[in-house]
Design a protein around this ligand. Sequence first.
Ligand code: HQG
Length: 180
Amino acid sequence: MNEKAISQYLSFILRHKPEEINLTLDREGWANVGELISKSQPVKNVDLDEEIIKDIVNNSDKKRFQISDDGKYIRAVQGHSTTSVDITLNKLVPPVSLYHGTAQRFINSIKEQGLISKDRQYVHLTENKDTALSVGARYGKPEILIIHALEMHKNGFEFFQAENGVWLVKHIPVKFIVFQ
Ligand code: HQG
């Protein structure tokens, strides 16, 4: 398994399905590294060791994962769907605009419902147009939506920022979205 595949495996376990390997995450999303290693081989045939995990955490382009100061725990910093996790996030005033990358085939539905979080806990937003483009391209022909974030905030919507800079919000009504 190469590092990309292991990174995807870690995202799956730490964001979505820890129960697949009988792993428990605490409310802040932390898993014990030793337990993650020992439980991955028998169930998923994934050979992990502390060094591979540290390499992946350090090399992750989006800084998806975090290791605790004592080195004993690991977590994904955003992207969760599992309801067992409820990370304490920084509530912040957002910039005037943020971007959301999506696929063209979702646009009609977004025009009706606004942006919803679907399986994840939050709608994910970025300050970086290129990131939005590559996020959208995962699902088809990419479209970048501009979000009037500060105006939303002034209207009472809460914005959070994950450790890796990704912005998170529960729902985005259509009137705050610019379709290009
Ligand atoms: C779309 C990646 C129809 C939404 C990224 C998206 C991110 C709607 C898809 C993180 C809709 C959900 C999250 C509506 C939203 N009707 N479609 N009303 N509202 N959608 O994967 O934001 O590389 O759950 O536009 O960088 O694509 O994995 O969310 O296309 O930070 O670390 O429904 O995942 O990070 O897809 O991606 P996702 P996302 P990683």
